[in-house]
Ligand binder design. Structure first.
Ligand code: FAD
Length: 492
């Protein structure tokens, strides 16, 4: 096992600084038993990846102690700040995460930003192993002229705004326009389109923030276009989200049957989930709806459409140059087959007028600390099955490990795998030997730097406050959006 790990990781420093991993000497065996008894592990980030990694470690190792550090004063990452407010069932995973946090061998420390309040080398010194699960906190830029104009924002910021992410709480997007364009055709793009078009009264009993609901009530947006460089066979959203969009109250779909020509034959060759998704698109675009659905669509006051084979070239300014007034799109056609299908420009251009442009071309991870390798091209920490390349004792899971794609279930599987690799290394004696101080050392550092961590029981007080604030208006909670207010409520 040990030699396999060396090969995977390519550690050159490890054998020079550590005893041989075969457990051959009595003192090494002693070290092994100490660290195996109470391994101190920390996880950076309290989204699904952080919590599922912790859950696996605690379940599979009867003595392991896991500390979870989180930069926000509140836990759960994108389950709180990404998942749409009208999808409350998805947020039930919070119950499992809460159970994990209640384990006597797990602690949550919010309001601690790793890389700023404490460094990764400091964590590695204090723990036997460190798992980086800090997600993807940035968005991919469009890199086209006009991107900086008022009226253009990332879908990530828009999602953060309606979900109460502190850094986006003051976004206040201007929804005084008739048409919004979303650049991208993934699930996040559909979430944003749905929130823009859902009758506000349907959002009143969700955990959307009061401020966002107020702006959406005043919204004049009637049409939302979702633009993609490729065609119907390449959309990145999934069937559940599409179905929901097609059935959205008060909204009708706009699909151009010409985009679907010849697709019937191609569908036969694609894997089943893609086939079902494309069939639904095809039916919606080409079949005459039944009388009930036809009446529903005819009376709809809002609409959404998929604009295929269009690549954004420029955000067009208004005549006074002060805000976005449209998007210039290059018409494309497809080249290549299967996964390698590429959109190439035909030379034709088209202008799509709109007052709001939301770029939804992907999230992106940031490097957290100069000591941690980072692949800026792929936006991930280079790793082999969760073991960070060339850094013994350092692991990663979730979106920062495999890139910003996949649902919570995918993140769970990959986090369990990282946990499994860590425990294999622990068993093989590949982690630092001897006891480690864990939180005691970090607490001293944080305190000397004036950082006051928020514990899980602190979070439960904030949680109770949010639930109480929501009760009057029939909402499951009214989220606190100001970290200073949260800390004040906790007496920090
Ligand atoms: P995150 O959830 O982003 O967690 C990372 C955590 O690390 C965050 O809490 C962050 O604050 C913290 N952090 C960042 N930097 C630091 C630092 N320096 N120090 C300490 N902490 C730090 N999946 C579904 O199954 N269903 C859905 O309906 C769904 N909707 C989604 C909607 C949106 C808009 C998005 C973007 C994703 C959605 N997903 C959904 C996917 C799901 O959210 C992800 O698969 C999952 O959250 C990834 O988990 P993660 O832990 O890697 O990242």
């Amino acid at each position: 096992m040990a030699s396999r790990c060396w090969r995977w990781w390519g550690w050159s420093a490890w054998p020079r600084t550590r005893p041989p991993p075969a457990g051959s000497t009595p003192s090494f065996r002693h070290h092994l038993s100490t660290q195996e008894k109470t391994p101190q592990i920390c996880v950076v980030g309290s989204g699904p990846a952080g919590f599922y990694t912790a859950q696996h470690l605690l379940k599979q190792h009867p003595q392991a102690h896991v500390d979870i550090y989180e930069k926000q004063p509140v836990p759960f990452g994108l389950v709180r700040f990404g998942v749409a407010p009208d999808h409350p069932e998805v947020k039930n995973v919070i119950n499992t995460f809460t159970q994990t946090a209640h384990s006597g061998r797990c602690a949550f420390w919010g309001n601690v930003e790793v890389g700023r309040d404490v460094t990764v080398p400091e964590l590695r010194e204090a723990y036997h192993a460190v798992v980086l699960s800090y997600g993807a906190e940035d968005h991919r830029a469009l890199e086209i002229p006009g991107e900086e104009l008022p009226g253009v924002c990332s879908a990530r910021a828009f999602v953060g705004w309606y979900n109460g992410l502190p850094e986006n709480r003051e976004l206040e997007p201007d929804l005084c326009c008739d048409t919004a364009v979303i650049l991208g055709q993934g699930n996040v793009a559909l979430d944003v389109a749905r929130i823009l078009l859902t009758p506000p009264e349907h959002l009143e009993r969700t955990d959307i923030t009061k401020a966002a609901l107020g702006v959406l009530r005043q919204s004049r947006v009637k049409t939302v276009w979702l633009v993609g460089r490729r065609g119907p066979l390449q959309v990145a959203f999934t069937i559940k989200e599409l179905r929901e969009m097609i059935q959205l109250p008060g909204a009708r779909p706009i699909l151009d049957p010409a985009d679907f020509l010849g697709l019937q034959d191609k569908i036969k060759e694609v894997p089943r989930p893609r086939k079902r998704l494309t069939e639904l698109l095809l039916r919606t675009a080409t079949e005459k709806p039944g009388p009930e659905e036809a009446a529903r669509r005819a009376s709809a006051s809002r609409a959404w459409g998929l604009r295929f084979f269009r690549s954004p070239q420029q955000v067009l300014p208004s005549p006074d140059g002060r805000r976005a007034a449209g998007v210039r799109l290059a018409v494309t056609r497809l080249e290549g087959v299967g996964e390698a299908t590429r959109a190439v420009p035909t030379g034709d251009m088209e202008d799509l007028p709109c007052g709001l442009v939301l770029s939804s071309v992907g999230y992106k991870s940031r490097p957290v600390d100069p000591s941690v390798p980072f692949d800026s091209e792929l936006g991930v920490i280079p790793n082999v099955e969760g073991r960070v390349m060339d850094v013994p004792g350092l692991y990663c899971s979730g979106w920062v490990k495999r890139g910003p794609t996949g649902v919570i279930a995918t993140t769970m599987t990959d986090s369990f795998l990282t946990g499994q690799m860590l425990l294999q290394d622990l068993k093989a004696g590949l982690l630092p030997s001897g006891p480690r101080p864990g939180y005691a050392a970090i607490q001293a550092l944080l305190s000397s730097r004036g950082v006051r961590p928020v514990s899980f029981s602190d979070w439960e007080k904030l949680d109770a406050e949010e639930v109480a604030r929501g009760q009057g208006t029939g909402k499951p909670r009214e989220k606190l959006v100001d970290p200073q207010e949260m800390l004040r409520l906790l007496g920090h």
